[in-house]
Design a protein around this ligand. Structure first.
Ligand code: DLL
Length: 458
C-alpha cells in the first residue's frame, strides 16, 4: 500500500491533523480572499468568534461555518477563489458550464503533487502498479478526469496511453494492440466500448486488461456485473469533483465495501439537504467537503449535492480512512411529482436489477423540471429480449407496471430499437426535458430533442 502511514493513521493522530488542516484552511481563506474575513465574521457571530476559530477551532466547530456552493464558484469565475498570487498557479480546470457559467478550479505546484498522490492511492488500491499499461479514456481538457488520474499514474510509474475519449473504434484497436492492463473510463463509455466490441466481433476477455477504474457519474452494480463479464476484468469505483480537487477524493479498495475518503485531505460531513443540518453518522444525506490541504482554492463546507452515507467500522483492508457508500444520485437530479420524489437511479435499478437491461435509457421530463408534469422512460430493447418477452408492446406494458409500482407515479414507457438512445463518450445524460434541454445532468452530453407526450399523475 502506498502512503501507508497516512492511510492507516490512528484516529487520534488523524484528528490532530484534521484540526491543524481546518485552521490552516480558515487562515488562508481569511488572509487571501478579499471580503472573506468580514463575511466569515458575520457568519460565525463576530470578529472575536472568528479569531477563536482561527486559533483553537476544531472539526466539532464545522457546523458554525457557512457552506460554499456552486454559486460561490460561479461568482468567483475565473480567479476570484484563489488565495495565492497568480504566479503561484500552475493549472486551471473547469466544469463544462452547461447549466450556468463554468466553475473554475486552480492548482499550485503543491496541489498538483497532492492530486497525484491521491489518485495514485486509488490506482494502487485497485492493484495497479509499475509494469501496468494505463489507458486513460477520459476526456483530456478542462475536465479534471484525465489529467488528475494521469498524475496518479505518473506518481506510480505506469506507462500511460493518453487516449482521451471518443473515436471508439480506435480505442478498441489500442486496447487490443498495446497490451493495456488498466482502463480509466466513465462507466457509460465503458459500456459503449463493450457494445461496439460486440458489434464488430471483438472479444475483449482474452486481452491482458485486468482492471477498469470507473467514476465521474452514477452507475449500478448491474453495470459493474455487465462490464466485468464483458471485459473479463475487475471493475472498481472512484469518486471526486472538480470544486475540491477532481478525481482522487474517494476510492474503492479490494474489499469493494464502499469508497475510502481521503480524510487526511478532506473533512467530510453528511447533512440534511433540506435543513442544512448535520445528520448523525451513518444517515443518508448530502455530502459536504472541507479541504484541509488545498493551497490555491481552499474550500469550506462545499455542498456536493451528492447523496451518500458514511459507513461505520473498520475495513478489512487495514485503511482507517472512513468509507462512504457509492453515490447513486445528486440532490439536483431529484424530480418531485406531486410530492413523490423520483431519482434517476430508481429507474436504473428497475431496468438493471429486475430486467437485466444494459443502461441505455433516458428519462424525459414533461414541463419545468422543478415542477414536472410527467415522466417518460425511453429504453432500448435488444430484439432477442423483445422476442423472449412477447414483443415490445407486451414488454412496454410490463415495464410500465414495474416502474409505476416502484416509483409510485404514473409513467409512460417507450421502447426503442437498439442504438436509438444517444451513447456517451464521457458522462451519460440520463434526464432531459421535453423541450430538448438537458434537465439536471451535471456535465455535457448528447441531450436529444424529445416529443411532448401526455402524462397522468397517480
Ligand atoms: O467527475 C471528477 C472525476 C473524474 C471523478 C473522473 C472520477 C473520475 P466533476 O466533473 O466536477 O468531476 O463532476 C463531479 O460527478 O459531484 C458526482 O455527482 C459525480 N461523480 C463523480 N464520481 C462519481 C462516482 C469529476 N464514482 C460530480 N459515482 C460529482 C457517482 C460520481 N457519481
Amino acid at each position: 500500500m502506498i502512503d501507508e502511514a497516512a492511510q492507516r493513521q490512528a484516529p487520534a493522530e488523524r484528528d490532530a491533523l484534521q484540526t491543524a488542516g481546518l485552521r490552516s484552511t480558515l487562515g488562508r481563506i481569511v488572509a487571501g480572499r478579499p471580503g472573506a474575513r468580514d463575511a466569515l465574521s458575520q457568519a460565525v457571530g463576530g470578529a472575536a468568534a472568528l479569531e477563536r476559530l482561527l486559533a483553537v477551532g476544531t472539526p466539532a466547530d464545522l457546523a458554525a461555518l457557512p457552506f460554499t456552493t456552486k454559486d460561490d464558484f460561479r461568482a468567483w469565475y475565473p480567479f476570484g477563489g484563489a488565495v495565492v498570487p497568480r504566479d503561484q498557479l500552475r493549472r486551471l480546470h473547469a466544469s463544462s458550464g452547461t447549466t450556468g457559467p463554468p466553475t473554475v478550479t486552480l492548482y499550485t505546484a503543491a496541489d498538483l503533487a497532492t492530486w497525484g498522490r491521491l489518485t495514485a492511492r486509488a490506482l494502487d488500491a485497485a492493484g495497479v502498479g509499475p509494469g501496468d499499461v494505463f489507458h486513460n479514456a477520459m476526456h483530456y481538457g478542462l475536465f479534471t478526469g484525465a489529467f488528475g488520474m494521469q498524475l496518479g499514474a505518473d506518481h506510480l510509474g505506469l506507462l500511460t496511453v493518453p487516449a482521451g475519449s471518443g473515436q471508439t473504434a480506435r480505442q478498441l484497436r489500442l486496447l487490443c494492440d498495446l497490451g493495456v492492463t488498466v482502463l480509466h473510463v466513465t462507466p457509460s463509455y465503458a459500456l459503449h466500448l463493450l457494445e461496439l466490441a460486440g458489434q464488430t466481433g471483438i472479444d475483449l476477455r482474452p486481452l491482458p486488461l485486468r482492471v477498469l477504474v470507473c467514476g465521474a457519474e452514477p452507475w449500478t452494480e448491474g453495470d459493474r456485473a455487465g462490464l466485468e463479464a464483458g471485459f473479463g476484468a475487475r471493475v472498481v469505483d472512484h469518486y471526486g469533483l472538480s470544486e475540491v480537487l477532481g478525481p482522487g477524493v474517494a476510492f474503492e479498495c479490494a474489499e469493494r465495501e464502499g469508497l475510502h475518503l481521503n480524510e487526511d485531505h478532506f473533512l467530510p460531513e453528511v447533512i440534511d439537504p433540506e435543513s442544512g443540518r448535520p445528520l448523525p453518522e451513518g444517515a443518508e444525506g448530502e455530502l459536504v467537503l472541507t479541504t484541509l490541504t488545498r493551497e490555491a482554492v481552499p474550500v469550506l463546507r462545499y455542498r456536493t449535492r451528492d447523496l451518500t452515507r458514511l459507513l461505520p467500522g473498520p475495513c478489512a483492508c487495514g485503511r482507517t480512512l472512513r468509507r462512504m457508500v457509492r453515490v447513486r444520485d445528486r440532490t439536483d437530479d431529484m424530480l418531485i411529482f406531486h410530492g413523490v420524489n423520483v431519482f434517476p437511479s430508481q429507474v436504473a435499478h428497475v431496468l438493471s436489477e429486475r430486467h437485466h437491461l444494459p443502461a441505455n435509457y433516458q428519462l424525459v421530463v414533461e414541463g419545468d423540471r422543478r415542477r414536472p408534469r410527467g415522466l417518460e422512460v425511453r429504453v432500448e430493447l435488444p430484439s432477442a429480449t423483445a422476442e423472449r418477452r412477447g414483443g415490445s408492446a407486451a414488454f412496454e406494458a410490463e415495464l410500465r407496471r414495474d416502474l409505476e409500482s416502484h416509483l409510485g407515479i404514473r409513467v409512460a414507457v417507450t421502447v426503442l430499437p437498439p442504438g436509438a438512445v444517444p451513447r456517451s463518450e464521457g458522462k451519460a445524460v440520463r434526464v432531459i426535458s421535453n423541450s430538448g434541454a438537458q434537465a439536471g445532468a451535471p456535465a455535457a452530453g448528447g441531450g436529444r430533442r424529445a416529443q411532448p407526450g401526455s402524462f397522468d399523475q397517480r
